[in-house]
Design a protein around this ligand. Structure first.
Ligand SMILES: [Zn+2]
Length: 93
């Protein structure tokens, strides 16, 4: 089994901060868009076991590393928020 540890870490980060990111839409589709966009800009960190995600996560306990992840997340949240492509926001146009 191969898992991108960043996927889990970014998802946790997004769940934690989505209320502070001033998102124009918080549906699952938009959150997935933000996550996908962020992960495309983030160097993947593959692990072979979900238990090993915590070791990768431990590296980001360092404030500066965590801040750089958060900056990426906030950037991508803004891109998606400016132009949401989900059904909820395009309906009726
Ligand atoms: Zn949406």
């Amino acid at each position: 089994m191969v898992i991108n540890a960043m996927e889990r870490i970014m998802k946790d980060l997004l769940d934690e901060y989505k209320n502070r990111l001033q998102l124009s839409c918080t549906c699952d589709e938009c959150l997935d868009d933000i996550l996908a966009l962020t992960l495309n800009k983030t160097h993947p960190r593959y692990v072979t076991d979900s238990d090993k995600i915590m070791y990768v996560k431990a590296e980001f306990v360092d404030k500066q590393n965590m801040t750089s992840l958060f900056v990426k997340l906030a950037e991508c949240a803004k891109i998606v928020s400016d132009k949401p492509t989900c059904k909820m926001t395009t309906k009726g146009e």
